[in-house]
Design a protein around this ligand. Structure first.
Ligand code: GDD
Ligand code: MN
Length: 358
């Protein structure tokens, strides 16, 4: 079998017949063998309609699951049953044009592991979503691309429309929660070669969207889980968390020394040095674990570099703060906040590239 088209459905009775017909019209002229597999969790009469359709139409098959377990697992169940060498996933509601499938398959034949039609490359459009949906969608995409490095090379990572070679995703276990199966596949199967082609997202004609607030929360949990499984993506979050722990260590030691009647400046300097050392130890054993060194002299060099970076960070963040406060006349707290952000970014990048360079 050349192609399996997997379509998750939840109460899409009005759409199943139309989408099957449009897929057939698009794929029959290519001469390739294909199947259309609906994975259904519906609570209305969609299963009966799918039963009728699959009896009449040799290309159509369906799987009905009795307790709704979410869109992404519907797709993984579909992927397991699919017979095709090339797997296409799309929504049932005709927002994803079936006419694009032959071009997607051509890209896979050129050697790409995955093809993601995008609304956000020249020639694409989001079909005039309302302002609220546009904003939510932009936020979701931006968070994904910030959190997971692998997604930065595609412009439409939250799409529910893509094609992938079966060989690229075989042999891994997937645990998606919520909706975004494509992100799960890209991260867990380490997919690197992805082609994008423009497409026009179509406004929904029939039925209604099943996207909800709790789905958006599940999305964030899903991203966090994916961040945790790769050191590459985890590093920045780990660095920030350790930085926060350093603030606590710093303040605690400062307080204790003041209670012991130490002079204020001495207490501050000593507590700063100790918290920097504890940050260094934690970062070298957690954040940059795979690049840690064992010999004492190399550890010493690393620590000195770490301290130099921190000193540089202090200069840069106070310089930036002064610029914002004295030249642009930002409020002091806001200038301070932006100064801290600059310092954190400087420290992270320098430690990643220099202190703990591989
Ligand atoms: N089996 C199953 N189970 N299918 C579901 C479920 C479920 O729990 N929930 C939704 N679906 C099906 C719908 O029937 C539809 O075919 C598809 O999944 C997408 O649902 P919509 O309700 O149409 O979602 P949307 O239009 O708001 O969002 C879609 O497009 C976005 C932009 O590409 C989704 O694909 C999003 O993931 C995507 O970001
Ligand atoms: Mn839709």
């Amino acid at each position: 079998m050349d192609i399996s088209v997997i379509i998750p459905t939840f109460n899409e009775g009005n759409n199943v017949r139309i989408i099957a017909k449009r897929i057939e019209e698009a794929l029959q002229p290519t001469g390739k063998s294909f199947e259309i597999l609906f994975v259904d969790d519906s609570t209305d009469n969609t299963p009966e309609l799918l039963e009728q359709l699959s009896n009449k139409d040799p290309f159509v098959d369906y799987l009905h699951r009795t307790n709704r377990r979410g869109l992404a697992t519907a797709v993984t169940d579909g992927l397991k049953c699919a017979l095709g060498d090339n797997l296409v996933v799309m929504d049932a509601d005709l927002q994803h044009p079936p006419e694009l499938i032959p071009a997607m398959i051509d890209k896979l034949s050129e050697g790409f592991q995955m093809v993601v039609p995008s609304r956000f490359v020249p020639g694409g459009s989001d079909g005039g979503l309302n302002f609220y949906r546009k904003f939510v969608s932009w936020t979701a995409r931006t968070i994904a691309r910030l959190a997971l490095k692998r997604l930065r090379k595609i412009t439409d990572p939250t799409s529910g429309f893509f094609a992938v070679k079966r060989s690229a995703i075989q042999g891994n276990v997937y645990h998606p929660i919520g909706w975004k199966i494509m992100i799960e596949l890209i991260v867990r199967a380490h997919i690197t070669s992805i082609a994008e082609i423009p497409y026009q997202f179509h406004a929904r004609d029939l039925g209604s969207s099943k996207m909800s607030g709790s789905e958006q929360l599940r999305y964030l949990i899903h991203l966090a889980r994916l961040v945790m499984i790769s050191e590459e993506d985890r590093k920045f979050f780990s660095f920030c968390a350790i930085g926060l722990s350093g603030v606590i260590v710093n303040l605690a030691i400062y307080k204790v020394m003041l209670l012991l009647r130490s002079p204020v400046v001495l207490a501050f300097m000593l507590s700063s040095i100790i918290s920097m050392a504890s940050n260094y130890v934690l970062n070298s054993t957690l954040t940059w674990k795979s690049r840690s060194v064992r010999q004492a002299n190399r550890q010493m060099i690393q620590f000195l570099r770490y301290a130099a970076v921190a000193a540089g960070g202090l200069c840069i963040s106070s310089g930036f703060l002064s610029f914002l406060y004295y030249m642009i006349h930002f409020r002091p707290m806001f200038s301070g906040l932006l100064g801290i952000v600059t310092g954190v970014i400087w420290n992270y990048v320098m430690n990643d590239r220099w202190t703990f360079s591989p």
